[in-house]
Design a protein around this ligand. Structure first.
Ligand code: PMP
Length: 367
């Protein structure tokens, strides 16, 4: 049987595994940080209308520059952060994964490197690999906060072309203070001109504010966002970035023409019309996230502080055995490969109850 390694694949892909959160058919799925609430019926109606309109023009290529969508995204960012961004500051793609890929194609690539502080979002390293960018794993403290002196040292030593900072961090949940981001930006620029990408996929769930205002006067800073989490639209595949207009111009050099389909643009625009309702779900999820933290602590588990729609909990001799125990009770959580820890996404109150019942029962059985 012919396998991958029998094909003339690139050397750096040999023996590697793809991103693989299991998509298992279990009653309660709390493993991929999705929003558990289906879109409200009024929004489904509006999407249908907008898509029907778009369908009439599907013989034509879509708006290559997604001007209306980027204008609406800029308005959303301005309204929610108080920091004014406009069309020229915003770029959108099929999920923030594609945004990150375009950034690495533009600013990374063969002969260049990117650094991330791990554990963090594993796709940063995987997209680096896919774009031929060397990957450097930077340090964190025991408590998963960024070890700033060690991180500054790593940046000075490796002189990366791209620096990733995920805030709130996935899978650990905690937000990164603005001072840490600023210090790393300064350290990175002192080493060599480089891009600092602040991945704010979960920022709407944070106790703190977005770092968008840091863009002022910092053309080498990028903030990336997604509609997959707070907007409850993971299936839509819409991510975006805010940065200096020159960054938006630079990613045009690598983006595929017409990468955002007319259907995607129409759907995203409909969702943005319902921002108020969708952000209401965020408030419910934040309450549920805080409940998960307090109930896990009460049940005798450890948790890391969470600013996201998920909670990292532990500690386990063997996290994978615990993952299986929870799965045996009909609840799918995530084993991100962080030794001793698992991650649970905040679901509906009923789903969270099912998860909490499972972990309480396991604790009882283990004595
Ligand atoms: N960044 C982080 C930190 C994430 O956790 C995720 C999704 N799990 C993404 C980016 C990508 O999200 P999407 O491609 O759906 O926008």
């Amino acid at each position: 049987m012919t396998g991958i390694d029998d094909l003339p694949v690139r050397d750096e892909l040999r023996g590697k595994s793809p991103y693989g959160a299991p998509q298992l058919d279990v009653p309660v799925r709390l493993n991929t940080n999705e929003n558990p609430y289906p879109l409200p019926e009024a929004l489904v109606e509006r999407i249908t209308e907008r898509v029907r309109e778009a369908a009439r023009d599907l013989n034509r290529y879509p708006d290559r520059d997604a001007v209306e969508l980027r204008t609406r995204l800029a308005a959303y960012l301005t309204d929610t952060s108080g920091y004014e961004v406009g069309l020229a500051n915003v770029w959108a793609a099929n999920g923030s994964n594609e945004v990150i890929q375009q950034l690495l194609q533009t600013f990374g690539g063969p002969g260049r490197t990117a650094i991330g502080f791990e554990p963090s979002y594993s796709m940063h390293g995987l997209i680096a690999r896919g774009t031929g960018t060397g990957w450097i794993s930077g340090p964190r403290h025991e408590d998963f906060t960024i070890d700033l002196p060690a991180a500054e040292k790593a940046v000075a030593e490796h002189r990366p072309d791209v620096v990733f900072i995920t805030t709130p961090n996935n899978p650990t949940g905690s937000a990164v203070p603005a001072e840490t981001v600023l210090a790393l930006y300064e350290a990175a620029q002192a080493a060599k001109p480089s891009m600092v990408i602040v991945d704010e996929a979960y920022i709407e769930f944070s106790h703190g504010a977005s770092l968008l205002p840091l863009l002022e006067g910092r053309p080498n800073l990028v903030v990336s966002r997604t509609m997959s989490k707070a907007f409850g639209a993971a299936g839509l595949r819409l991510g975006y970035l805010a940065a200096h207009p020159a960054v938006v111009d630079a990613v045009q050099l690598v983006r595929l023409p017409y990468h955002l389909s007319a259907v995607t643009q129409a759907t995203a625009l409909a969702a943005l019309e319902h921002t108020g309702t969708l952000l209401g779900y965020v408030e419910q999820l934040k309450t549920e996230r805080d409940r998960l933290v307090s109930e896990l602590l009460a049940a005798g588990y450890e948790v890391t502080a969470s600013d996201a729609n998920f909670v990292q909990f532990g500690r386990f001799e063997d996290a994978h055995v615990m993952w299986r125990e929870i799965l045996d009770r009909g609840v799918l959580v995530r084993d991100n490969g962080v030794p001793g820890w698992l991650r649970v996404t905040a679901g509906t109150p009923e789903e969270n109850d099912a998860f909490l019942d499972a972990v309480r029962e396991i604790k009882k059985e283990q004595g």
